[in-house]
Structure formats: C-alpha cells, structure tokens
Design a protein around this ligand. Structure first.
Ligand SMILES: Cc1cc2nc3c(=O)[nH]c(=O)nc-3n(C[C@H](O)[C@H](O)[C@H](O)COP(=O)(O)OP(=O)(O)OC[C@H]3O[C@@H](n4cnc5c(N)ncnc54)[C@H](O)[C@@H]3O)c2cc1C
Length: 385
C-alpha cells in the first residue's frame, strides 16, 4: 500500500515528526505513552538509523562503536510510519510538509520539528570532529598521537551555541592515551566558557578542572581562538600555541526551515512548552533546532516530552495539559578512566544546583538521559549484545 493510500485508509489524527534523532524518538515515545494508539505518527527524516551521537567520541580511540538504532525496528515497535527525506518546506496554511528527493508530502494535524542543528566547520586549518564520520581523519589523528607524530595538540570549542562537552572528553581521552603509551603530548583546550563545563554549575567546574589538571591539560577559558596553519592565537591573552594538530568542534547554526519563523542564525523560536512562536499552536520544536541556547541531549528530551504532551492535548488525544519543560543538563562524562556524572538546573543560561557523582543519580547509564529514551535505548542495547 502506498503512503498516500495508507493515510486515506487510516483516519486517525496525524502527528508528524520532522527529524530522526533523539528528540524525535523521545517525542514519539511520549506521544505513544500519553495518547496510546489514538494518533498516527509519521516520522520524516533522511537517515535510516538513529546514531547515539555522544558515544561517537570514543570511537576513534577503539572503544565500542556508538549505538545505532535502525528506524525500521523502532517503527515496528512503536507503530510509526516512516517517510524518507529531509523536510524542505513546512506549509503552515495547508498543514503539510514537503520532503526532498521526491519524498512527496506529509499532511499533519500536529507537527513536531526536531531537525537538530547544522554543523559548520569553524576554522579552515583545523580537523573538525564530525560525529558521523569518526573513521575519516579522526582515527588517523589518534594513530598520529600513538606513533609520536603529535606532540602538541590543541582542542578548540568555537564561540556560540554548541557542544562543549565532547571537547573535554576528547582532551581527556587524548591525554589518557598519550599517558598509556608513555608519549609526551601537550594537550591544550581553548573555550569561551568562563569555567570548565560552566553550564553544569560550580561543583562540576571544580571537579572537571581537577581532572584536567591531573591529566596535565592546559586550559584557556573566556578565550577565543584564531587559527592559522599549525598555530593558534588565543585572545584576549594573546598567547600563541604552536601545534602539530588542531582539533575543533563544529560551529552550530539553526536549521532555518522554509515556512517556519527563525532567528537570524536560523534557530526556531519556541515558548516554554516548545510551541513555535508565531504559529497557531499545533507546531512545536524540540532539541538542538530550537532557539534555546543550550544544545544538549537531556534538554532535547525534556523539550520533546513537553512538546509531545502539549501537542497531544491540543489535538484532544490526551488530557495531560501543557507545561514548561524542565531545563536540566545531565551528562556522563568520558574521562579516560571511570566516568563522572554531572547534573545542573539551567536558569537564564547558567547552571545551578550542580551535582557531581560516580554513579548516575538519574538511574541510567545511557549517554543521553531522557525520561523515555534512556530505558528504550538500554533495552535496545541489551538486545544487540
Ligand atoms: C560528539 C557529541 C557528544 C555529545 N555528548 C553529549 C552528552 O554526553 N550528553 C548529552 O546529553 N548530549 C550530548 N551531545 C549533544 C546531543 O547529542 C544533542 O544535543 C542531541 O543529539 C540533540 O538532539 P536532536 O534530536 O535535537 O538533534 P540530532 O540528534 O542532531 O538529530 C537531528 C535529526 O534530524 C535529521 N534532520 C536534519 N535535517 C532534517 C530535515 N530537514 N528534515 C528531517 N530531518 C532532518 C537528522 O538527520 C537527524 O536525524 C553531544 C553531541 C555530540 C555531537
């Protein structure tokens, strides 16, 4: 049966989810929890599998590969319809999505946009960590270190909203590998954050600073890097770093989806229940694509939960109501030794009620902590083994 015929036969209200990452999965799980089988759920995304991005940091170091969940398997379990293609246009008036590559269109009653951020190389002369291509370039960089060709390594967090956490993990993992191999390699981290992983609050910053110092990692905070070939100028201190290798995290910009409101950088503006500002209340956005300044998996999941509940309520599929999402950052930090579990509440872009623990206080070992997603991913990983 074609997708169009299936849609005609199935008269249930349709929730469309644009995106194939963690926010999309968390939202699908939450819609099913609160609304059961009452809606059709259509997931439109270009990717066939959901890669757990945070686990990719360890791949170049030869740890186990990041978990990859095939959307076909997820769809079978949650009764989802999959439509392959990137959403190119949101037609708010006719409530439909237009997909790339002749993917046709998807009509919806309610929409959740979870298309993530776009990654942009921040510097011409740095190797950018691409979580979906850790085998190209990055694995070679680890080999260079192991073979003694990399004695001075700089790891840079570009300014703006982004993912600072993996920069710390890369610094710690490179330093640990150099130590294991008895290789002398000076690792330097440059970031505009005022303190180590500042969004996780003061306790976390102190604990992470201690780890960095113990690993011999040099740090520059409240700093911006200017990169030339083999050289980094750190401002405002005007410190020059001569480097054998320079690694950077990507700069993130918003998805700027045609048909939806966006900030100048392409981020999608939302209210506290994740409704897209300037739409009629049936269009929501969760995760890195939103204009919320902190880009993190646990935030993406909390937003997806709030959006799913409000959307289901608006469509008359559930009576859970609309609530503000709880902005809590949770992380399992890879350190090269035992992981560290960090948590904080985010208020006005700063971390409060900071906690640091050796075991996850939120009860799950998954790298991304989502109320629905963590147990789903753990169960999936268990079946894989
Ligand atoms: C290396 C690394 C380490 C990290 N470590 C952590 C960590 O330890 N803990 C943590 O909580 N967070 C961590 N993060 C951040 C976390 O991974 C992201 O915040 C999270 O993945 C955001 O989820 P999302 O669903 O919004 O976006 P994504 O996970 O980026 O998913 C977006 C999805 O939308 C699809 N898409 C893109 N464009 C379109 C379109 N036009 N139409 C339809 N679909 C589209 C993409 O193919 C993708 O499937 C890390 C990130 C990286 C890269």
């Amino acid at each position: 049966m074609s997708a169009a015929t299936a849609a005609r036969v199935d008269q249930r209200p349709c929730v469309a989810i644009a995106g194939g990452g963690v926010a999309a999965l968390e939202a699908a799980l939450r819609v099913r929890r609160v609304a059961g089988e009452r809606p059709r759920i259509v997931v439109a995304a270009p990717n066939d599998e959901l890669v757990v991005l945070p686990e990719t940091v360890a791949e170049p170091f030869g740890w186990r590969a990041a978990l990859r969940l095939p959307w076909q398997a997820i769809a079978g379990e949650l009764d989802l319809e999959l439509r392959k293609g990137a959403v190119e246009l949101v037609d708010l008036e006719r409530r439909r999505l237009l997909l790339s590559d002749d993917g046709g269109e998807v009509g919806y009653d309610g929409l959740l946009v979870a298309t993530g951020a776009k990654r942009v190389p921040p510097y011409a002369h740095a190797t950018v960590f691409d979580p979906l291509r850790t085998d190209t370039g990055f694995a070679g960089l680890v080999r260079d270190l192991e073979q003694g060709f990399c004695r001075r390594l700089a790891i840079l967090v570009p300014p703006g909203p982004g993912w600072p956490l993996p920069a710390y993990e890369l610094a710690l993992l490179f330093a640990a590998r150099a130590h294991e191999m008895g290789i002398d390699c000076a690792v330097t981290l440059v970031t505009e954050e005022p303190a180590p992983l500042a969004i996780f609050g003061e306790r976390a910053s102190v604990a992470v600073q201690r780890l960095l110092a113990e690993s011999g990692i040099e740090t520059h905070f409240s700093a911006v890097a200017h990169v030339e070939e083999g050289r980094v100028l750190v401002q405002p201190a005007a410190t020059e770093l001569v480097c054998d290798r320079i690694v950077a995290l990507p700069r993130l910009v918003g998805p700027a989806l045609h048909g939806l409101p966006a900030t100048v950088d392409g981020w999608i503006p939302i209210d506290s229940s994740c409704r897209v500002v300037g739409t009629t209340g049936h269009v929501f956005c969760a995760g890195d694509a939103s204009a919320f300044p902190v880009k993190h998996g646990s935030i993406a999941c909390a937003q997806a939960d709030a959006a799913a509940e409000c959307l289901a309520t608006r469509l008359g599929l559930a009576h859970v109501g609309c609530h503000s999402f709880r902005a809590v950052v949770r992380a399992k930090l890879f350190t090269g030794g035992a992981p560290l579990y960090l948590e904080a509440r985010v208020i006005a872009g700063r971390g409060f009620e900071s906690t640091v623990a050796d075991t996850p206080p939120w009860g799950s070992e998954t790298k991304i902590a989502g109320e629905e997603l963590s147990s789903f991913v753990e169960r999936f990983a268990g079946q894989e083994q």
